[in-house]
Design a protein around this ligand. Structure first.
Ligand code: ADP
Length: 255
């Protein structure tokens, strides 16, 4: 099992605090690509609010726009129209450098295809977000070693991504996303390549982080994974089709 930090354990013992002020606000957000002489719309007039401390699952059929939405939220994609406020800051008006700063300070991203850096070792990949946050080199090794230990991948620390299985790369990608204790975790099918026990551990880790205050938005096809969150947003053909709350009893007691 992926071990909890003291902060997570304290969070887990709290009574699920209700999410509070808005962390993310989208208004009329649209993303399109040129198609012949017109445009093909992937996201249509998205209005969405994610409060600090929320745990949201984005679901919907393949091609619905889920990954595209996550990449907009993660500020990797800047080519959209509409309004996006993050922590009260108007992302739609920020220059690229300020967007990058906002992202590096606050967001951990688990990519569907991991996007580990091939010429860096497991250790160096996990260390990377700490360097963006100006954590001193002397402090970094303790933090990285702790995460390697919690994820049970100490023995892999000097290997390169190409020397790992898909599942191991996904674990490293999750470790990299959480190492700097980000305010927001965005995860695109974070358990897609893990066997079911590992997948369950990642979801339990996310739940503990969320109970400790971390906001999480995940894309998932799995109703079981979505049951670990608080809300489900369903996308279809680029539109928000509906939204539902997840019942509040712990996943273990659900059928
Ligand atoms: P989902 O994650 O729900 O499966 P995506 O967000 O990956 O969906 O993609 C939504 C739609 O956007 C798909 O129809 C896809 O083909 C289209 N799309 C994604 N990237 C591009 C691109 N670079 N150019 C054109 N269309 C794209």
């Amino acid at each position: 099992m992926i071990g909890a930090t003291t902060a997570e354990s304290q969070g887990a013992s709290r009574q699920n605090p209700e999410p509070n002020e808005p962390l993310i606000r989208l208004k009329d957000l649209e993303r399109s690509y040129p198609q012949g002489s017109s445009r093909y719309f992937v996201l249509r007039r998205i209005a969405l609010e994610v409060r600090d401390g929320d745990f949201v699952s984005i679901m919907g059929p393949s091609g619905a726009g889920k990954s595209t939405l996550l990449h907009v939220l993660g500020m990797h994609d800047g080519d959209w129209s509409g309004e996006y406020e993050f922590l009260g800051r108007p992302v739609h008006r920020l220059p690229a450098k300020e967007r990058a700063q906002l992202r590096n300070q606050n967001i951990g991203f688990v990519f569907q295809r991991y996007h580990l850096l091939d010429d860096l070792t497991v250790y160096e990949n996990i260390e990377m977000p700490l360097s963006y946050r100006n954590v001193r080199k002397s402090e970094r090794s303790g933090i990285v070693c702790d995460v390697l230990d919690r994820f049970g991948i100490v023995a892999k620390k000097d290997l390169y991504p190409s020397q790992l299985s898909g599942g191991q790369q996904q674990l490293v990608a999750v470790a990299r996303a959480i190492v700097a204790n980000p305010k927001l975790i965005l995860a695109d099918e974070p358990t897609g390549n893990l066997h079911s026990e590992q997948g369950k551990e990642i979801m339990e880790l996310f739940r503990r982080l969320n109970e400790g205050g971390t906001t999480i938005v995940q894309v998932t096809h799995s109703e079981i994974n979505a049951a670990h969150g608080r809300r489900i947003i369903r996308l279809k053909d680029g539109w928000v089709e509906g939204e539902s709350a997840v019942p509040s009893e712990p996943p273990a007691s659900r059928p």
